[in-house]
Structure formats: C-alpha cells, structure tokens
Design a protein around this ligand. Structure first.
Ligand code: ZN
Length: 323
C-alpha cells in the first residue's frame, strides 16, 4: 500500500436550493450531473453529485440540499476554498463567462506561479479556478456546455482554515502521508505524491495577526473533504493507521458508490477516506448518469414515498460546447 493517500476523492458542501445548485454547477461551471440521490442519513433531502463524464475520483463535488439551514459563516475549522484546475489558456474565457453572468470575480491573482480566479457560488461557497499545467493533458467532459479546451479538469486543491496550522499539517504529513511543499505568503502547501497529479494539493492557511472566529456551518459551507484510496482493503488499512494515531475514525459506511470512513482532524475539519471502487456506473448506464433518482437497495421499497417528498428539479438545458 502507498505511504501517501492518493489525493482528493470528493468534496461535499451544503446548499439550500437544489434547482439553483444544478443551474450553477451544470449551467454555469459546466460540470456533469452524475448522480441524483438522497442523503442516506436523511432520505427526505437530496444529495447531488457533480463531476467529469464518469464522476471520477478527484472531480466529484457533492451537495447536501438542506433548505432550512441558515447561511454559514466562514472562519476557522473549515475548508475555506475549493479550487478547480483549468488549462492556462482558459483564464480569459472564465473571467468573461463569470462576469457576463453577474458573478463578482477577484483576480487573476498569482499564487505559487499559477493564476487564480476567486468567486463564490450562489450560497456563498468560496470557489477558485487555478491554471495548472497538468490540466491541459487531462480529459474533461466533452458533452457539457463549455468548449472542451476551456472546461474544468476536476479539483486543483482545497484550502483549509484551521486554528492550529501545525497540528493540521502534522496530520496531513504523518497520518495521510502528504509531503510538505513550499510556503507562499499566508499558505503552506502539501501534496499527495509529488503534487504534479490532478487533485493532489492541499493548502493550509497560516495564522494572521488578527484572530479569525470559528466558522458556523450552514448554506455555502463545505461539509467535509474526502481523500481517496483505491480499494476496500486499503481503506481498512487506512482506518487502522488513523486509529493508531489516536484520531477516532468511524466504522466503514456503505455509500453505495464508494465506502467511507470519517474522522475529525485537530482543526475540526471533517475528513473522510473514500474508495475509488465501485463508482457511479453501478446503477445507471454511463450515458444516463444523473437522469433518474437513484436510491440504494435499502431504500428501494420506499422509492415512491421518498420521491414524492423531494422537490422536482431539472437539469438545465444547454448546447454541448456552446453554453
Ligand atoms: Zn463524503
């Protein structure tokens, strides 16, 4: 088994408006809607999955739709920003596309020799598009609204804001096996593997002179970040390794498309380790991902009742490659 976790598997955030969420992530950012299901712990609410054409690990952004939650307040103890990779030649396209839709864009900013655009989703979730050399060689979803050469290439990184950056950094390096790379201003960068692969970077914000209050989770907050491991067997080994450090991982939970364990790192960010197997094609043909409401076997008998409780939503219409 590898000494380092393989990178980001998925990130899960919170929205209050399932249709607005679909309109933004498919209609504006051009991600593929890969699964319409429910929160397995609260099946009267949606759980949406977005990603590349198959929802490959490293491209998967998921949302719990919890309409009655207040808007979150950003602070320490959370994922402070979620960055997608774009090819360097896509920067001007995205600046214009986001601005044309009335989205306030900060940047381009230079960070670690890359260019960054910063903006927020309709619930205030902080997002970034980062030019990354690897992005040009990875394949995006070719049937989405964005011209292929400009489409998002999965995650670039997550940025963590925590009360004790050293303690969080120690978990990243000593438990998850990431390597510490260089620092740039107020951020320390860590990498899974050599950091040149897709979705392998983690930035930890260093403390500023002005104390930052604790975050209050709500709409527009990240709920957790999941790291990837290839197989069920490897996940068991990770679970043992994490437990041996005194952190307290949950039992293995069956999330239908992957299996999960969860634990809190010392800075209060919820970490998950999710398996690459079995993936999103287990209950839908790859050409039809996201089209139908899919429920795990243990909810099948209640399918009609669960579906009735959910607000109807539609995947926004678009012309492939033409918005
Ligand atoms: Zn998760």
């Amino acid at each position: 088994m590898e000494k380092s976790i393989a990178g980001i598997h998925h990130v899960t955030a919170i929205t209050g408006d399932p249709q607005g969420n679909l309109d933004f992530y498919v209609g504006v950012l051009g991600l593929r809607f890969v699964k319409k299901t429910v929160n397995f712990d609260a099946p009267d609410t949606y759980h949406f999955y977005y990603g590349d054409d198959l929802g490959r690990p490293g491209t998967i952004l998921t949302f719990f739709a919890w309409p009655n939650l207040p808007v979150g307040q950003h602070g320490t103890g959370e994922v402070a920003a979620l960055a997608f990779s774009i090819p360097p030649t896509a920067l001007a396209y995205w600046q214009e596309r986001l601005s044309q839709r009335g989205i306030s864009v900060e940047g381009p900013l230079t960070r670690f020799d890359e260019q960054v655009l910063r903006f927020s989703d309709p619930n205030g979730l902080p997002l970034e598009l980062v030019t990354h050399p690897v992005a040009s060689s990875s394949a995006p979803w070719t049937l989405g609204p964005i011209p292929t050469e400009f489409a998002l290439r999965g995650f670039h990184s997550v940025t963590l804001a925590v009360a004790s950056p050293e303690l969080t950094g120690a978990v990243l390096t000593q438990v998850l096996g990431l390597q510490s790379l260089n620092r740039n201003g107020q951020r320390a960068r860590y990498a899974a593997g050599d950091g040149t692969g897709a979705a392998t970077l983690v930035d930890v914000l260093l403390l500023t002179a002005t104390p930052v209050p604790r975050n209050i989770q709500g709409l527009g907050s990240v709920h957790h970040v999941a790291w990837r491991t290839a197989t069920f067997d490897e996940q068991i080994t990770w679970r043992e390794r994490i437990a041996a450090t005194g952190l307290r991982p949950t039992a293995v939970l069956d999330r239908n498309y992957f299996r999960s364990i969860y634990f809190k790192e010392p800075g209060s960010v919820l970490f998950e380790i999710a398996t690459d197997e079995p993936g999103f094609a287990i209950d839908e043909d790859p050409t039809e991902l996201g089209v139908h409401l899919k429920l795990p076997a243990w909810y099948e008998e209640q399918y009609a009742e669960i579906e009735r409780q959910l607000p109807p939503v539609e995947i926004p219409a678009f012309e492939p490659g033409r918005g």
